[in-house]
Design a protein around this ligand. Sequence first.
Ligand code: HEM
Length: 367
Amino acid sequence: MVRFRGRLHDARTATVLGRWLGLAVVVCFFTGLVSHLLQEPPGWLAPRLPSRPVWGYRLTQGLHVATGVAAVPLLLVKLWAVYPALFQWPPVRSARHALERASVGVLVATALLETVLGLANIAQWYPWPFSFRRTHWALAWVLLGATLLHVAVKAPDIARHWRRRRVDPDAADRRSLLRGVGAAVGVLTVVTAGQSVPALRPLTLLAPRRPDASTQGVPVNRTAAQAGVGRIAVAGWRLVVAGPEGYALTLHELRELPQHTERLPIACVEGWSASAEWTGVRLRDLLDRAGAPAAARVRVVSSQRRGAYRTTEMGPTYTRDGLTLLALRLNGEELSPDHGFPARIIAPNRPGVLQTKWVSRIEVVAR
Ligand code: HEM
């Protein structure tokens, strides 16, 4: 039998750390749900996705990644506080106890896997053969379910230790531990959140992307070379708008149409975001000219050859929004090849992966 004499491996410490970890799990789950629905909405929701607030996705995804990063020290300290329980003897006392232990196994495995997958994703490191997005999504449900079950099983302990005891010989030690954990969470947040919070940019040490250290003031996730887009010859390039009264435009003709400048953020699923000034033609003007019905769904096709999101779809809440542009310029300059020259989509409150670059075709799909 293993004996543990260390202090703070107790239910009060587990409850206090559990409160923070539980909050992190819930915030991560709901912000992740928002991201999933914006990227893969069910049919009934697709035409209703809100294009406001403009900064909505920037906030929810920034929060998702910041909370996920903050959960790492919380999770490690929580596991440290409770690990003696994992070595209890005998390991199984009854069928009910075996089930309870199995559920703790699922909880720990999914919590560790989910955070490791998320961290690897923001570092753009995919050493595994499976789809990150599908796995992260499925594990999120398992983690939420396992956390709820765990809280239900531990409810009597949690209730007993929710409030501080008047007489508690470990109170001072626990306070020191919690202060240390709080400091670790605070420092980690401050040195990564600069990737989406401009005021914290000078303190950005660990964030994989620095929005201010990038071409034209906006980071690039997939370069033209990575997407297999060669040099686009302006003379032969056409934008095809396929609809009831379809047409094609040269780049010169596109530049001659009324241009609008909007300040909109681009916000990545990996948590970074940056506001920029985009200039181009309103998508709804292009669609009106093609005779598209107001409720039409639109497919945007890119000339990229490699990588996901070669085509994306948009419902009317985005296509009819005056802020949605087929952008030709970024921060006062012509789009660079890596930012999607000659034309890219920029729409409010949308994940960056759906802001299609190197647009060659816009198709009116259906009512
Ligand atoms: C990702 C989320 C979580 C993980 C990975 C986790 C992990 C664990 C593990 C491995 C144990 C020991 C297993 C056992 O006693 O059977 C445990 C115990 C416990 N957990 Fe959690 N937990 C999580 C969330 C929470 C939450 C949200 C709360 C409550 C606010 C909580 C409160 C407790 C309590 C009171 C104990 C019993 C500690 C003791 O008896 O000494 N946990 N947790």
